[in-house]
Design a protein around this ligand. Sequence first.
Ligand SMILES: [Zn+2]
Length: 177
Amino acid sequence: MIALKQTHATEIIAHAQASAPHECCGLIGGSNDGHARTIYRMRNVASDPLITYEAAPEDLFAAQRSMRECGEELLAIYHSHPRSQTPTPSATDVRLAYYPSAVYFIVGLGGEQPELGAFRISEREGCWGKSRVQGLCRRSLKPKPEGSRRDLDGAQTHQVRYQSSGRESRRARRQVA
Ligand SMILES: [Zn+2]
């Protein structure tokens, strides 16, 4: 389980929008019970950042060092698909999913509104499962219309909980265990 605050989702989407048309990438650190605390932006140094991502090694090391110092664990990895309306892991994303215990967030910017998808990916089994977004969570992943902006600025801290569902993710979880 991973619990994300609205501000975290907003920050990830903002990073994706600022990086477009390139893909963005970053890490999410948090407590070992799955509550996200910090978003770590990383520079995408892939040779073709329009269609793939590769975190700058120094950014990766800095983020991991910072997580250690703050007592955080690596909970999730995010990147963006600037042209996807409904983001799903690509074949490359599955091939390069080296952290089976992490949740993979993908931001799709191809639709009218950004969409944030959460996935479990098993590189070894070559499969992925969509993480279910419950109730209010689904709505809160989309930017709020003008007029209710205070929802986005951290004044409220709705928690967005993701629970894995589906056969694929159960297989992925088994592998993690
Ligand atoms: Zn991807």
